[in-house]
Structure formats: C-alpha cells, structure tokens
Design a protein around this ligand. Sequence first.
Ligand SMILES: *Cc1c(COP(=O)(O)O)cnc(C)c1O
Length: 233
Amino acid sequence: MSINTNINVEKNLSNINQKIKQAADKVERHVEDITLIAVTKYVTIERAREAIDAGITNIGENRIEGLLEKQAQIDANVNWHFIGTLQSRKVRDVVNEVDYIHSLDRKSLAKEINKRATDVVDCFVQVNVSGEESKHGLDQTSAVEFIESLADYPKIRVCGLMTMAPFVQDEDILRSSFKALRALRDEVKNKELSHAPCEYLSMGMSNDFEIAIEEGATHIRIGTDLVGSELKR
Ligand SMILES: *Cc1c(COP(=O)(O)O)cnc(C)c1O
C-alpha cells in the first residue's frame, strides 16, 4: 500500500514508459537502448522500494549520505548511479559503492577517483552545454582535451557524457543543448580512445526527457514525475 495516495509509482512508471516508447518510435530508436534511472533524492526508502517493485533497476542519488542509506536498506539487484556534485574529499566514501558516476568534471576529482577505486569505474563526464554559470560541468571547448587527459588514470573509464539542460520550457533551447552534447559524444567516440569508449548520453529529466530521447539520450534521470518529491524542502 502506498503511503501517500497522491503518488502511484506503478502508474507513473507505466505513463513514463509509454512516453519513452513514443519518443523512441518518433526517431526510430529502440526502447532497449534507453535506461531509465529513478532519481530518489527527494523521497523515502519506502518510495524507492515501490519503484523497484514496479520494475525499476537503476537508482540515482545526488548525495552520498542518501545513496549509502538507501543502499544499506534496499536488498535488490539494482545499479546505483551517483548523479550529484562530488567533493574530492568524499570520493573514498562512495567510489566503490556505485556502478556509475555521472559528475566527473575536473582533474582533481579524476585523480582522487583513480586513487580510491579498487576497480575500474564507469564515469560520465559532465558538460555544461548551456553555458549557464550556476551549472556544474566542463565547458564544451575543454571537454575533449579533458577526456583525452584521463588516459593517465587507469581506474577511470569514460562511458559517456552527462548534462543538465537549462531549466527552461523553450523546446528549441533544450533541443540545442542535447544536440550539442550528442555532437561532443560523437567527437569523442570517433577518437576510439581505449579509456573513453564514450557511448552513452545521460540527459533528460522529468520536464525534458522526451526531447532528450529524440536527440539520442541513452540514460534519462527522472525523479519528480516518477517517484515524486515528498521530502523536497
Ligand atoms: C534531481 C535530479 C534529476 C531529476 O530531476 P526531476 O526533475 O525531479 O526529474 C536528474 N538529474 C540530476 C543531476 C538531478 O540532480
């Protein structure tokens, strides 16, 4: 039984899956190539469990405490994604607990991940394609050189790129941000760097995931529309 009758995770998931299918069909993509990450940062462990019971197999958190807490209390075979800003001094707490890090954006962080990881870590390099000052991530012009320089760190594998689009409704602005990330992904991928296969595109949230899928997203990160945001302050 749901704690909050306003939220029906199962129904939300089925709506989202339908929208994913429609967006994918529109551009002749396969839904199997799109991974839905349930972002549980603003919800309880119970709510995260509801998502897993409904079929979710990927969970994203933006705080280390939140991720470790949920991980400790959720006994299910899910992939854990760290999607928030990562402070270098906290890398050791989380690096060996997650399957993916979506926020690699600087050399000092790469160095620390490399130092603390016991195995190779799949990382998305975060890029600020909108150029908004408030957003984390490398700017577009320095991303390629940065990724090339990561060859020095054997524990880091660049599996893809991640961005947060500007928080606007304007479809053209959103679309051009996603297009820019995709072009950058293609550029890196075409270099065939062994440490940076760079196949994935982590882009698209509740308000823009359909556009992101049309523009090639392989990983969409959805919180509000799927599990709600009951603990948001
Ligand atoms: C919170 C968050 C999301 C999910 O946002 P919603 O709008 O609630 O879907 C996705 N990505 C990142 C990096 C986030 O911090």
